[in-house]
Ligand binder design. Structure first.
Ligand code: C2E
Ligand code: MG
Ligand code: MG
Ligand code: MG
Length: 278
């Protein structure tokens, strides 16, 4: 049954609503239709320079507005999509839709080198033709590889390392950037930082939120700032919710940030023309 409210607003889906097994089977059935039913959306959140708040890019974040469940958060349905393999078609959709929307913006006067970040799952990178998909999608919309950054999580490097690394190197050789997402959480390891070439590091918001009160989180962030700077890649602090946290990170020397304080994820057509500073 639809849970759409009279106002047109959607309730947010909470996992407690159903028993896990039943929920997963039903949700998967719904999710497999989501693309056909036009229930998938992409929102974009600004990434900024902490020194002047100028925008350096935007992260594409998928949204599922389900007729059956309401708004389902990606943390609920992305794992389901990954387990089932649906992530392959959803991943193609988000890549194509993000590129399509960016191309329209560039046609309407946005900077031609505007950088969008797209989250990519291990399953996608294990496909031998992922490289071809990237080349094809960029070409289809007349974009350039410099318009694209792929965000990868560390868990990705636990599996099938060689295929993934090889493919990433080819993609990076095109001029597409690679960002390490959620750095410090999950399967942390310095060894992949050593092996894999990347262009941007994003530190997880778990460390960011405590930076005002907590000497431990400050020490961790300071050392990651030095790590990124030593590797000559920009560091993005995720989850900045207040001016105070932004200021503290700036003082510690963190170059970039992202979070509700600078802007929530919203549809690209609600964005003003960005003050862009790459
Ligand atoms: P992520 O890639 O680390 O994305 C950042 C998440 O932090 C987003 O959650 C964003 O809305 C949220 N966020 C941003 N600023 C703040 C803040 O100031 N405070 C708080 N509390 N949260 C903030 P979202 O959109 O719910 O996405 C969650 C995760 O789902 C993403 O984490 C990413 O791992 C995954 N995801 C989202 N879209 C995609 C996609 O298109 N493909 C894949 N494979 N995964 C995706
Ligand atoms: Mg991300
Ligand atoms: Mg992240
Ligand atoms: Mg995160």
């Amino acid at each position: 049954a639809a849970r759409k409210k009279g106002s047109g607003a959607y309730e947010v889906y909470h996992p407690e609503m159903m028993s896990r097994a039943v929920e997963n089977t039903q949700m998967l059935a719904e999710l497999s239709q989501a693309q056909n039913n036009d229930e998938l959306l992409v929102y974009f959140q600004p990434i900024v320079n902490l020194s002047d708040s100028h925008i350096v890019g935007a992260e594409a974040l998928i949204r599922w507005r389900s007729k059956a469940y309401g708004m389902v958060p990606p943390n609920v349905f992305i794992p389901l999509a990954e387990e089932s393999g649906l992530i392959l078609s959803i991943g193609r959709w988000i890549l194509r839709e993000s590129c399509r929307q960016l191309a329209l913006k560039i046609q309407s006067g946005w900077p031609a080198d505007f950088d969008i970040h797209i989250n990519v799952s291990a399953r996608q990178l294990m496909q031998a033709d992922f490289y071809d998909l990237i080349v094809k999608t960029i070409g289809e919309f007349n974009l350039s590889p410099i318009n694209l950054t792929l965000e990868l999580t560390e868990s990705l490097f636990v599996e099938k390392r060689t295929i993934i690394t090889e493919q990433l190197e080819r993609i990076r050789a095109l001029g597409v950037s690679i960002a390490i997402d959620d750095f410090g959480s999950g399967f942390s390891s310095l060894s992949y930082l050593y092996r894999l070439k990347f262009d941007c590091l994003k530190i997880d918001r778990d460390f960011v939120s405590g930076v005002l009160e907590n000497a431990r989180s400050q020490a961790i962030i300071s050392s990651v700032i030095r790590l990124a700077s030593g590797l000559s890649v920009p560091l993005v602090a995720e989850g900045i919710e207040t001016a105070e946290v932004a200021e503290q990170l700036r003082e510690l020397g963190c170059p970039r940030g992202q979070g509700y304080y600078f802007g929530r994820p919203i549809p690209l057509n609600e964005w003003p023309i960005p003050i862009y500073d790459k």
